[in-house]
Design a binder for this molecule. Structure first.
Ligand code: NDP
Ligand SMILES: O=C1OC[C@@H](O)[C@H](O)[C@H]1O
Length: 406
């Protein structure tokens, strides 16, 4: 039901946005790309065999459909808490193997990498278990429930790498384990173009940034509003807003470690809850002086706004829809004389998730060594993102999300 809703909303968005789009011929390609339709790309012989933890709503859009375009990966296996549910999902999505439970999946000798789209509270447990089982991991955002858990994952990666890294029995891609947080928007060429504009000095020294990730509505019973599952808008859409704020505010040597001070944070509360936010506004101050506004909401109504605004001493930049740019987006740069130009950066037309999976595959295969060159977050980057989310929660009075025991 939810998949149908996601598809309907995506198609409607694309159709509506195409009315305003001047690059009409690409729209068909872009719809097909999002839904995984089009010519079937033959797979290489030695694919990365990916196992999926849970029959998650997001797995179609973020993994299974994009995998159809990438010759080096195959979604071979799934396990869910209920085998019957996993079987139904596998049949619907064309996944050939179903295992009995999550433990069997991460210990399966014929899987090279694990996709972890479980609720936020379960990212830590199952990512750690997969690392210890010698698998590579693509873990959904936010990386963990809090920074402490993210640091434990970094430690587990180090320990596993001293014990042989990706060394599960039939592992096709041995070497250090590759673990990334699925911060997909950063691996799309639009994100890299934003960085290029900042780095070439067109905006001068960055002074202020505003990053906004506001979506219309999530039902009250969604996992995103369950505190025991590490819910809250700041954890969900807020993780993007923080990551984007850090991405555009850095301009320092080692941005992965750059922690801002949280000047203020105000939560919009879920009625009758004392720990679940439906939205959050925060003001951050980075060590390099940049002041950054963060806005996020899961109940934004008509104020939908996945946007970035950057003000520098030589110019400004505005991006609409950094997060799902293949549907529709624009980027406008304005200099101090108010001269402006607008760009669109669709790349091959595929969604952020296709870029992400391609980058993950290339890192696992050893074809990319410099993760940052493709926008891929390092583990330190994900730790810092969680630190900032923790700090915002603490400043708002809600407190950070609890560490999971297992
Ligand atoms: N990258 C992106 O654009 C997006 C990322 N996400 C992230 O992906 C993750 C999953 O989101 P989404 O697919 O919407 O989630 P779902 O509601 O589909 O839940 C995902 C899986 O979690 C398990 N699960 C659900 N409820 C519980 C529970 N109460 N206790 C334990 N396990 C439970 C289920 O596994 P099983 O099938 O085994 O029962 C379910 O299939 C989140 O972390 C979210 O932030 C989500 C949307 C977009
Ligand atoms: O990752 C996500 O992206 C889009 C949002 O609507 C969703 O809540 C979130 O999980």
């Amino acid at each position: 039901m939810r998949t149908v809703l996601i598809i309907t909303v995506s198609i409607s968005l694309i159709i509506v946005s195409s009315i305003y789009s001047t690059d009409y011929p690409n729209i068909i390609l872009r719809i097909c790309n999002i839904l995984g339709y089009g010519r079937t790309i033959p797979k290489v012989e030695k694919t990365i065999r990916i196992g999926v933890l849970g029959a998650a709503n997001i797995a179609g859009l973020a993994l299974i459909w994009p995998s159809k375009y990438i010759p080096t990966v195959e979604i071979t296996t799934i396990a869910a808490r209920s085998k019957q549910r996993a079987q139904a999902y596998a049949e619907q999505k064309g996944i050939p193997r179903v295992l009995d439970n999550y433990d069997d999946l991460i210990n399966d000798p014929d899987i090279d990498a694990i996709y972890n789209p479980l609720p936020n509270s379960h990212h830590y447990e199952w990512t750690i278990k997969a690392i210890k089982a010698g698998k590579h991991v693509l873990c959904e955002k936010p990386f963990t429930s809090n920074a402490e858990e993210a640091e434990s994952i970094a430690q587990a990666i180090k320990e596993q790498n001293t014990k042989g890294g990706a060394n599960s029995p039939n592992q096709r891609f041995p070497g250090d384990v590759v673990v990334i947080e699925a911060m997909h928007w950063r691996m799309h060429p639009l994100a890299l173009r934003i960085k290029e504009i900042i780095n070439c000095g067109a905006l001068g020294r960055i002074l202020y940034t505003t990053t906004s990730m506001i979506v219309p509505y999530m039902p009250k019973d969604d996992i995103r509003f369950d505190f025991s599952l590490s819910g809250g808008a700041m954890m969900d859409v807020g993780a993007y807003a923080v990551s984007t704020s850090r991405w555009v505010s850095e301009q320092v040597d080692d941005p992965d470690y750059m922690e801002p001070e949280v000047l203020s944070a105000t939560a919009d509360m879920m009625p009758e809850s004392d720990n679940i936010d439906t939205g959050m506004q925060a003001v951050l101050k980075y060590p390099n002086g940049v002041i950054s506004n963060i806005k996020c909401s899961l109940w934004g109504g008509l104020k939908i706004s996945p946007s970035i605004s950057i003000v520098g001493d030589k110019g400004s930049l505005y991006v609409y829809n950094f997060v799902f740019p293949s549907a529709y987006h624009y980027l406008t740069v304005r200099d101090v004389n108010q001269t402006e130009y607008t760009e669109k950066v669709y790349g091959h037309g595929g969604p952020t998730f296709r870029y992400q999976l391609d980058a993950f595959s290339k890192v696992v295969r050893g074809e990319i060594k410099d993760w940052k060159s493709v926008g891929m977050p390092t583990i330190q980057d994900s730790i810092t993102n969680m630190k900032v989310i923790d700090m915002i929660y603490q400043k708002s009075g809600l407190g950070k999300r609890a560490r999971r025991k297992f």
